[in-house]
Design a protein around this ligand. Sequence first.
Ligand code: EPZ
Length: 419
Amino acid sequence: MQHLQIRGGTPLFGEFFVHGAKNSALPLLAAAVLCQGETVFEGCPGLSDVEAACGILRHLGCSVRREGSSIAVDASAAGESCVPDSLMRKMRSSVVFLGSIAARMGEASLCFPGGCELGARPIDLHLMGLRALGMAIEEEGRYIRASVPHGLRGAKIRLRFPSVGATENILLAAVLAKGETVLENAACEPELIDLAGYLNRCGARISGAGTGTIQVEGVQSLKGCRYKVMPDRIEAATWLCCGASAGGEVLLRQVCPAHLESLFPLLRKMGCRVDVGRDSISLKSPPRLAGCGGVVTGPYPEFPTDMQAVLMAACCRAAGESRFTETIFENRFRHVAELQKMGADIAVEGICAKVAGVERLHGAEVSATDLRGGAALAAAALGAEGVTKIGGLCHIDRGYECLERDLALAGADIRRIAD
Ligand code: EPZ
């Protein structure tokens, strides 16, 4: 077991080079199953979730080679369509492989990922969309068996909610379906634009990605290519909130500022100076932060649920109140109890959390309860007095390549320690 030890009170001054996005890399790796020939994904972050996706690809019979931050995948020899529990359980979002495996192999069998630390994680929208494209799907307990008895055919599909994962799964199955698919109320997240960008580079015909209506003209086959994974907007938000919480000045490089538009006004309201370049963002923190007002999470371009915890951490020491309303996941305030151990004054009522800023936070022994909640604890600890020990690092390592290395480079007093 390991923990992070953070001695707070040192402002951050330094640069962060933002990695490729986890939430883009995972569907991109799933998409490579559809292609003949090799794809090289550049800028793949070194994360346990990415390794889990590579494990699934290898099990399917793909050749997978990592060289530095690039991953080469060749699915030409893939033949397996059944993914064992042990691989599926390593990563909740492995359900994104359902569409591509079934489209490529004509069948797929995998176990249902089930709920997670964020609450229930239904996949009804994934299954509805895939069935509309001609997949026969049987659910037996936690197992899903999909087959394609009469080939996939395009369809008009409307999602009752713009689910990111369901949009990705439907896109992955639709690209090789016969005829046209129109997906309405699709997710508009930048990761969808990245996925469609890769598939189009491979020969797919997708238009409208990044808007609520996506059209797909099915093609016969796809060919691998070189593709650079988009920058991780949630990692970028994490560094900005760490800078706000610790004080100081941080500069982010290799980032797409347009993807963080919903965060900037909040940081500015808190008194931070935020300047945006073509692929850089700088943040200068004031002597004392102000509260951020009211924040409601929602589908892109609204404020992302994945940024809620790290922003809340920065608000804990602000002068004034901040209010968070979480509309995406039912159980995404688990970091609150840990922040309270550090002296934060936060009251949760249903889907709302009210943060009354305090003058000081103090170090404590806390545990990451989920990925972004874990990053929030690090952000709070940087601005707290004394030493904080953060356990549960398996959660943090799912989404940050080496959180302590990047923060230490900006001057944080942070170490990973084996218990
Ligand atoms: C993606 O999860 C991200 N994961 C999540 O990031 C992110 O929080 C989420 O999108 C929202 O932005 C990856 O990209 C790998 P959804 P996903 O389907 O696709 C309900 C992180 O920290 N829903 O848009 O699973 C669902 O219960 C993670 O990096 C259904 O009801 O999210 C939830 O309430 C965590 N039926 C809401 O939609 C369905 O079939 C949003 O889920 C599917 C979803």
